[in-house]
Design a protein around this ligand. Structure first.
Ligand SMILES: *[C@@H]1O[C@H](CO)[C@@H](O)[C@H](O)[C@H]1NC(C)=O
Length: 400
């Protein structure tokens, strides 16, 4: 799928977020000091969190550390309908487009990283990571502020890419795209719900009011995603903006489950568990798809939902643990099940562009699953061998 998308250069940011997560979690699994065998995980973590400041759009705050960056895109949103405030958020990569779908996924992953490994981060990095999450969520809240629509993107990628200039100097038209009941985009709405729900847990201890606003908004975004089902790629005008860069190749169904799963975790509300139970089959939860990235959430979904089963609360979620196990087994060379491909040097390899996105996101899942398993007596059964958390961590470290 990805091979057909000439968007490799755009995936830098999505890649980096996962790398941050992996650095954080790899650090966490080492005893102090963090530096081992020439890999300074702490330094890598600091730098990849700093990277996000370089991608900031909008008016920059006084504590901005990437000081070579200036204010930009301050009137974003003016081109929408009657004009709205869409200042802020992140540029995608070396371009100046703000693509809502991968930006929301980035925010989800940053939040997930902080949730699982934030306690192991040095305090100042935990704070910088939370700031990076908030830079995303402040913008995502704005995309929901106008009733009846969700703003999915600012910037026409074709015009933008013709004009290679820094955002401070940009003079290209800032086209605004929205999804609505008539032109649905459940992937961007569902991912926005996931991002806001995950982020609400990041801020729960430090800023309760903000956390509640995020969770509330996540529920609204999810309702919008679920009641107006469809993919933005199916609308001619939206397709012209989103595709082929961040075309929704695999459909919106996984983002509905993913949004519900994050809402379940953030709210503890049974409604969302029931949603997953009642809709899992029709939304493709049983298709064992061993992918995880900005477009395809399946493997991440299985790991995320497994947490509830592993912790012993939700027997109804057992099938997700089984799917997560079979995904993990494809990564274990010694197991007899069908395998993911590795390069001769031992790196995960998937055909198509931007291979590192798979390496980093899969490594994150290995470390997260290892963490869940550690808290229980569960292991992963891969045919005739049984695999425990240490093996998963070792596998992830090799990838890092
Ligand atoms: C949403 O997009 C449509 C089509 O471009 C446009 O007519 C409408 O005004 C937009 N709505 C808002 C609130 O910007």
């Amino acid at each position: 799928e990805m091979a057909s998308a000439p968007a490799h250069h755009l995936r830098v940011r999505v890649l980096l977020v996962v790398l941050c997560a992996v650095s954080a979690s790899a650090s966490a699994s080492f005893p102090w000091p963090w530096k081992r065998s020439g890999h300074d995980y702490r330094d890598a973590l600091a730098k990849c969190i700093l990277f996000f400041e370089g991608q900031r759009s909008g008016r920059l705050p006084a504590d901005q550390r990437a000081a070579w960056r200036g204010d930009s895109g301050v009137s974003d949103g003016r081109a929408a309908g009657a004009g709205v405030d869409l200042e802020g958020g992140y540029y995608d990569a070396g371009d100046n487009v703000k693509f809502g779908f991968p930006m929301a996924f980035t925010t989800t992953m940053l939040s997930w990283s902080v949730l699982e490994f934030g306690d192991d981060m040095p305090r100042e990095e935990r704070r910088h990571a939370a700031d990076a999450v908030r830079w995303g969520t402040d913008y995502l809240l704005k995309t929901l502020a106008h009733p009846g629509v969700i703003f999915m993107q600012v910037g026409d990628p074709w015009k933008d890419h013709e004009c290679w200039e820094r955002p401070e100097d940009m003079d290209t038209e800032r086209t605004v795209y929205n999804v609505s009941a008539g032109r649905p985009g459940s992937e961007v709405a569902g991912e926005t719900a996931a991002a806001l729900a995950a982020a609400s847990m990041v801020f729960r201890d430090g800023d309760r009011e903000y956390a509640e606003l995020l969770l509330d908004s996540a529920k609204k975004a999810f309702e919008f995603a679920d009641s107006h089902r469809g993919a933005y790629s199916d609308d001619m005008d939206l397709r012209a903006g989103g595709c082929p860069f961040y075309c929704d190749f695999n459909g919106y169904q996984d983002e509905l489950l993913w949004g519900a799963a994050w809402l379940r975790r953030a709210s503890g509300d049974d409604t969302f568990r029931e949603y997953i139970q009642n809709n899992g089959k029709t939304l493709g939860a049983e298709d064992s798809i061993n992918e995880f990235g900005w477009d395809n959430k399946h493997a991440g979904l299985n790991v995320l939902i497994s947490k509830e089963f592993i912790e012993g609360e939700a027997l109804s979620m057992q099938s997700y643990k089984e799917s997560a196990d079979s995904f993990i087994c494809t990564l274990i060379p010694e197991s007899s099940s069908p395998h993911i491909q590795y390069t001769p040097g031992g790196m995960i390899y998937k055909p198509g562009g931007s291979n590192m996105q798979h390496v980093t996101s899969i490594s994150f899942l290995l470390l997260t699953y290892a963490k869940y398993l550690t808290k229980s007596s569960h292991t992963v059964n891969c045919g005739d061998i049984s695999v425990g958390p240490d093996t998963l961590r070792l596998q992830a470290k090799k990838q890092v």
